[in-house]
Design a protein. Sequence first.
Length: 252
Amino acid sequence: MTVAFVGAGNMGGALVERLCEADWPVTVCDVDPLRQQQALAAGASLADTPLSAVAQLGPHGALVVVVVDADQCREVLWGEQGAALGLQPGQAVVLCPTVAPEDSEAIARRLASQGIDCIDAPMSGGPQRARDGRMSLMVAAPPAVLERHADLLAALSLNVMRISERVGDGARTKLVNNLLAGINLVGAADRAAHGAGPDHHAGRDRALQRPELDRLGPHAPRDLRRPGAARPRDPAGKRHPAGGGGGAQRGV
């Protein structure tokens, strides 16, 4: 079964490589020439637009959307040369960006009016985990839809969590996951700050903190990272549409 991807950036590209390695036919649409070449090297074919990306999908084919936000999802689906113009009843859209639950629900309702299924499927884990199949995929959709696309979901991740049959609950779970991660980060930073104090337990406290900070990797407080540790990505560095609808095809 051919799978179409719109967005082959860090996360989408890792998933494309994983599927191609498993001999899935994959068609990729991304406006970044570097991402296009990486997709070709992985064994995928290229499409110029989201509409052309879904042209080769079979009766129960799926479009995986891995872009930045809800606005880009809507642009991919209903913008000029949008994928929804070519999707057929019985096919599905797998929504992987982290978006508000109401956005997932609204997109699903609009797709349903065309007879197209929607799987709410935000991701957590980063590009390397996505490439290795170890990322978390939090899916929400009617059971029949999930069963129809179970092989694809299993190929995307070894850690598929079926949240509920209600689209939007995957997005809610991802937001809770992000909140808990933020709380853990604040707790680790607070512990590190106290452990760095002048009392005689400081050395012991820092030794206890080190594994916890190492698990945070680039998200650890800047002053407490190991030398040479990667810095967190600047939020201002997120990819956004570079004018017009074409930017909505750029992946994350």
